[in-house]
Design a protein around this ligand. Structure first.
Ligand code: NAD
Ligand code: MN
Length: 346
């Protein structure tokens, strides 16, 4: 039987992943192996990512990850983020982050009293390079007062993520790939990224290609989201732009992601452990449930992914949502509602 390694992590990770598991079990037959990860795990066992969890992840076909809390800077010596370690360990080089409001943007705006959300439907995908850039962990202190973080951009890393973005566009009938960079200042590193983008785009005649600076993109994503289709970018920019873009669809509660490599994949909500709402039972489980939809897509069962996306859409239309989307349901109730809509469909 196919194996899923499930890591709930900290904070709302422990609240949203059980709901995602309900949906996973409703639609698929998987052996579920649970692994400890995160700050609580570090306090209990002295490591945020135990060897035992790594072994379980190796054994599994796919990983479902919740969210973890990071210790404060300098609180833990030599701390390495488990999620960054997992991405690098399994070479999960492509982080795919769809930003989609299922055509109910106006409704979400109304539910939320967000004027700016009342107008637009949004459907774009951010493809973030996931193994290099500023996240390689090469940081050092020189003479106490100078801190250096190295940003690594390689031809190999850039070629494969840019090719991935164009192949993704081709497969999903998308019309355009935009390269987002800061090559006007980071002339060497982003200069290389952009140069490789310009080489690769020539091989995809049917897909439009353009490129923009990351700072003006931060503005244009909010002002003209319809100008974007597939975005390909480096690690840090992709991290920041995806949280920003989630605002267009009502927030992080609706932003799922897939971390894809050659042999394995990890699925997780874009959000973190949300300590401000953890323990209250009000976290939106939809981002995690939509990550399960991406898991089914990856497994070649896109029809199941579509059923999940439709169930989430029905929940929003019928105002069965947590407070972040303007509703008054609890995390568990939203999970139950989604399962109910799934049962109606199949
Ligand atoms: P966050 O994503 O946890 O929360 C940002 C804001 O969005 C908060 O106000 C939160 O309440 C809200 N939010 C997030 N998810 C939500 C959901 N499902 N439903 C409703 N509201 C939701 O970011 P943060 O507060 O900057 O970080 C908190 C902790 O999470 C930090 O320790 C950070 O390092 C960690 N983090 C972990 C991951 C990960 O595990 N992959 C990602 C990002 C942040
Ligand atoms: Mn992030």
């Amino acid at each position: 039987m196919r194996k899923v390694c499930v890591m709930e992590g900290d904070g709302i990770g422990k609240e949203v992943i059980p709901e995602a598991l309900k949906v996973l079990k409703e639609l698929g037959d998987f052996e579920i192996i649970k692994g400890d990860v995160g700050l609580e795990c570090l306090k209990k066992y002295g490591t945020a990512l135990p060897d035992e969890t790594i072994e379980k992840a190796k054994e599994a076909d796919v990983i479902l990850f919740g969210a973890i809390t990071s210790p404060k800077p300098n609180e833990v010596k030599n701390y390495k983020s488990p999620i960054i370690t997992l991405r690098r360990m399994f070479d999960l080089y492509a982080n795919v982050r769809p930003i989609n409001n299922f055509g109910v943007g106006e409704l979400i705006g109304r539910l939320n009293n967000y004027e700016f959300l009342k107008v637009k439907d949004v459907d774009l995908v951010i493809i973030r390079e996931n193994t290099e850039g500023l996240y390689v962990g090469r940081e050092k202190i020189l003479e106490d007062d100078i801190a250096i973080s190295e940003r690594i951009i390689t031809r190999k890393g850039s070629e494969r993520i840019i090719r991935f973005a164009f192949e993704y566009a081709k497969r999903n009938n998308r019309k355009k790939v935009s390269c987002i960079h800061k090559a006007n200042v980071l002339r060497v590193s982003d200069g290389l990224f952009l140069k490789i983008f310009n080489e690769i785009k020539e091989k995809y005649n049917n897909i439009k290609a353009d490129d923009f600076l990351v700072d003006s993109t931060a503005m244009n994503l909010i002002k003209y989201p319809e100008k974007f289709d597939v975005i390909v970018t480096t690690n840090l920019f992709g991290d920041i732009l995806s949280d920003e873009a989630s605002v267009l669809i009502g927030g992080l509660g609706l932003a799922p992601s897939a971390n894809i490599g050659g042999k394995k994949a990890l699925f997780e909500p874009v959000h973190g452990s949300a300590p401000d709402i953890a323990g209250k039972g009000i976290a939106n489980p939809m981002a995690s449930i939509l990550s399960v939809a991406m898991l089914f897509d990856y497994m070649g069962e896109k029809e199941k992914g579509d059923i999940i996306r439709e169930a989430v859409k029905q929940c929003i239309i019928n105002k069965k949502t947590t407070p972040d989307l303007g509703g008054n349901l609890k995390t568990v109730e939203v999970g139950d509602e989604i399962v109910r809509y799934i049962r109606k469909r199949i």
